[in-house]
Design a binder for this molecule. Structure first.
Ligand code: MN
Length: 267
């Protein structure tokens, strides 16, 4: 597998992780990317539902060969009246946008579900002519074309980073065809990559018992959610086995074998 030098924007990302333990992308895999965000016509974005010590949604926009990242505790809202706090976190490697799975221990230990993905387009205006200026001024207007999130959005910085404190931003939907009061987190909770929920991702990872022994959260809403998904992941029968199609096939098969057996008994 081809590797490349560390991207200058990924220093913090790499320093926080031990890739011998974490299945997350190292950021060193060769990826096709332009040098500047402006050279792309299609920039990727993704949202990862991440149950760790707290439940949050990681909102990521591709720029300059990395994914600019914000942690949104309550997740995105389609309601233009609702402002969602978004804490700026370290830039992530581009291939993190396809990541889904279980981080068994260490930084961010928990379950990651790829909740949405697609492309984003910055909305340049005279005052904000490029992404670097948008980041500097703390106002990013953009359009999303994802599976779940679409239309016009804005990220506005409310508090600049001081010392080790992270920047505080707000994520808001602009009023348009794609806005409304539907709770998109409730209506569309599953992965856009695998169609699974958190407990299925955990159950199929082989890490259920590890997480059951040391759940990243014990109290509060996150603790309750951990108990629920661990219990669901420990159930032996996977949900897809109960599908209607298989039941029908079984019934048909039983019927056939009875018909086949009957003449044998007569003899
Ligand atoms: Mn996270």
């Amino acid at each position: 597998m081809a590797t490349r030098k560390q991207h200058p924007r990924l220093k913090t990302y790499e320093s926080k992780r031990d890739f011998a333990i974490s299945p997350e992308p190292s950021g060193r895999a060769a990826t096709k990317t332009g040098k500047s965000g402006r050279s792309h016509t299609k920039l990727s974005f993704c949202v990862q539902k991440h149950l760790a010590s707290h439940l949050h949604y990681d909102f990521r926009l591709e720029y300059d060969g990395v994914l600019l990242s914000w942690s949104v505790p309550k997740g995105p809202s389609l309601d233009p009246k609702i402002r969602r706090m978004a804490i700026r976190t370290e830039d992530h490697p581009l291939d993190y946008g396809g990541f889904e799975g279980v981080i068994p221990s260490g930084y961010g230990a928990g379950v990651v579900l790829l909740w949405d993905k697609g492309t984003w387009t910055p909305e340049f205006v005279p005052d904000l002519p490029d992404v670097e200026t948008m980041l500097d001024k703390g106002e990013i207007k953009f359009n999303l074309d994802g599976v779940k999130l679409k239309g016009s959005w804005v990220l506005v910085r409310t508090q600049k980073a001081a010392g080790s404190t992270r920047e505080s931003w707000l994520l808001m939907k602009h009023k348009d065809f794609w806005s409304g009061n539907v709770d998109v987190l409730e209506v569309a909770p599953l992965s856009v990559k695998s169609d699974r929920d958190l407990s299925q991702i955990l159950g199929e990872s082989g890490e259920t018992e590890t997480m059951a022994e040391h759940p990243p959260a014990a109290g509060g809403d996150a603790g309750k959610l951990w108990r629920e998904i661990i219990e669901a992941a420990q159930k032996p029968a996977p949900k897809p086995a109960k599908s209607k199609r298989r039941t029908t096939t079984k019934k048909r098969a039983t019927g056939k074998s009875r018909t086949a057996r009957a003449p044998v008994k007569k003899r």
